[in-house]
Design a protein around this ligand. Sequence first.
Ligand code: GLU
Length: 410
Amino acid sequence: MSNAFADVNRYFERAAAVLNLSREVVEQLVTPYRELRVECTIRMDNGSIRTFTGYRVQHDNSRGPFKGGLRYHPDVDIDEVRALASLMTWKTAVVGIPFGGAKGGISVDPSQLSVFELERLTRKFVAGIHDLIGDSVDIPAPDVNTNAQVMAWIMDEYSKFHGFHPGVVTGKPVDLFGSVGRDEATGRGVVIALEELLRTQAQQLSDATYVVQGFGNVGSHTARILHERGGRVIGIGDHTASFYDTSGLDIPSALAHVKEKRVLAGWTGAPQIQNSEILLKPCDVLIPAALGGVITKDNADKLQCRIIAEGANGPTTPEADEILRHRSITVLPDIFANAGGVTVSYFEWVQNLQQFAWDENKVRVELERVMRNAFRHLNQTAAKHHIDLRTAAFVVAIDRVARATAQRGL
Ligand code: GLU
């Protein structure tokens, strides 16, 4: 994702033009508020010492505390974190939850670290940023290669400096002040978004075929819920293996395999294809749910789908987006399609502040309400300005952030 921040800002600029924003306002909204870079030096299990670099970018907090995930990946750098932080600002605004945008990450390949090393690394990172996060300041959450256990370590390490504040981080284990339904929330949100879009085309989830690229938290829950809802998932893949069968895949079997082996490699439930083919296979709905920058100008004209639902953050480059628009492929943009995760993070935060836990039904009902309202607003905005859904999502988001910014004053 090189130049990822510039890519996000190209989408921003398209929408800013629709809104007729002045240069001054554009500059104010685009510029990140604060960027942290911290050295994380830990002792490895074998006695050696290694240094990793961690980042936290706080992009905007005019609508509420900074909010966004924490990613552990070798490709993490300041440009990527900046881009993802900015996407969070627009994402929280699109769905109308009272947060700003932030993102963090550590440049590390977590598969090369033991669980003890990962814990030490996480705690070291928190020690470096604890003064600049907090339940009313900035609230991290899971993202690529981080999970509820990592969030539990963050909560615990933070409490050593500031006492009991479970709302400092979301996506925690349900046993430790987490919310039921948070784990599957991004996937469930993707499915709700698709259901709404298909409804505008007089179709149901069960009328379409789906290919899901990525089988981590987002991809696996999306595939599971689509399958449960009668959708035919005909392709799945992760970085280790991909599978495709037009008669439909046995998703429960793939999930059971991944639960045991962590990756799809070794699953024998369907014909295997090259990983490079998964995005190009015929389907109604393509769901990129892994890393950014996978739909590019080199493959956008080869896709054989009519809808793309962006489970991942930033999967489509602006050049590819242009091609998709010309090809009349409808894109449910990341800042809306994958907003279910941060929405249930909001519910978790509310539960933490109120010290009152919701049941799963309440989480689902509220998630549906937020996602369906957001879609309605998005769709109306797109129709009103004759623009695509991504530009409409940015228009809705930028309008809200710009108003909050203006009302606060300098
Ligand atoms: N990492 C997720 C995202 O990109 C969730 C962020 C959150 O829950 O704060 O939306």
